[in-house]
Write a protein that binds this ligand. Structure first.
Ligand SMILES: CC(C)(COP(=O)(O)OP(=O)(O)OC[C@H]1O[C@@H](n2cnc3c(N)ncnc32)[C@H](O)[C@@H]1OP(=O)(O)O)[C@@H](O)C(=O)NCCC(=O)NCCS
Length: 156
């Protein structure tokens, strides 16, 4: 049995989520940005709690635009941010967060899901490939420091 649970974000998770975001990623956001995603898409903003401590999160939104997988437009889930504290990695938490978020995206009628990831971020790229994402395009100099991103996507 695993020692962690995945559950929906609550307002008092904001502080630990911001802390995890700052420790794990160079892309940091203001508190209002997290709260806006929570207010608009509460079912897809999830946290991982390990023995009562918030150790990871995933935050998404839903957009309407050109499909990455078929002709025409559709509703797409967009993974905005996912992170797990270093000492809790390789326990399946990132995978569980992503799987649960993909289930929740159905609630918002999304038919596919996509994200951006640094081309050097092997752990994250492996996670996304494991869950069926593939690279659909390269976004040149997508990040502030000039690194390229892969746009990775899959159908839901
Ligand atoms: C990416 C991240 C969320 C993965 O979280 P995690 O809880 O360690 O991932 P899991 O334990 O669920 O691993 C699932 C799969 O991801 C891949 N993976 C995870 N960490 C890996 C690593 N260090 N090296 C290679 N593959 C890795 C593997 O395919 C793994 O499956 P396996 O255990 O069967 O081999 C975590 O490394 C992290 O927070 N990184 C910093 C933030 C970040 O880069 N976020 C993504 C931005 S796009």
């Amino acid at each position: 049995m695993s020692n962690y649970q995945i559950r929906e974000f609550r307002e008092n998770d904001l502080e630990p989520v911001i802390d995890i975001n700052r420790k794990c990623l160079p892309e940091n956001y203001a508190p209002w940005f997290f709260m806006e995603h929570y207010n608009q898409y509460p079912k897809t903003f999830l946290v991982a709690e390990y023995e009562g401590v918030v150790v990871g999160y995933i935050m998404c939104r839903v957009e309407y635009g050109f499909s990455n997988h078929k002709l025409g437009i559709c509703r797409k889930g967009h993974i905005i941010s996912i992170a797990v504290l270093p000492e809790y990695r390789r326990k399946g938490i990132g995978e569980s967060l992503l799987k649960e978020a993909m289930k929740a995206l159905h609630i918002y009628q999304a038919s596919e899901v996509y994200l951006e990831v640094r081309v050097s971020n092997k752990p994250a790229i492996n996670l996304y490939k494991k869950l069926g994402f593939s690279v659909v395009r390269v976004l040149k100099a997508y990040y502030m420091d000039g690194e390229d991103a892969y746009c990775m996507s899959r159908s839901l």
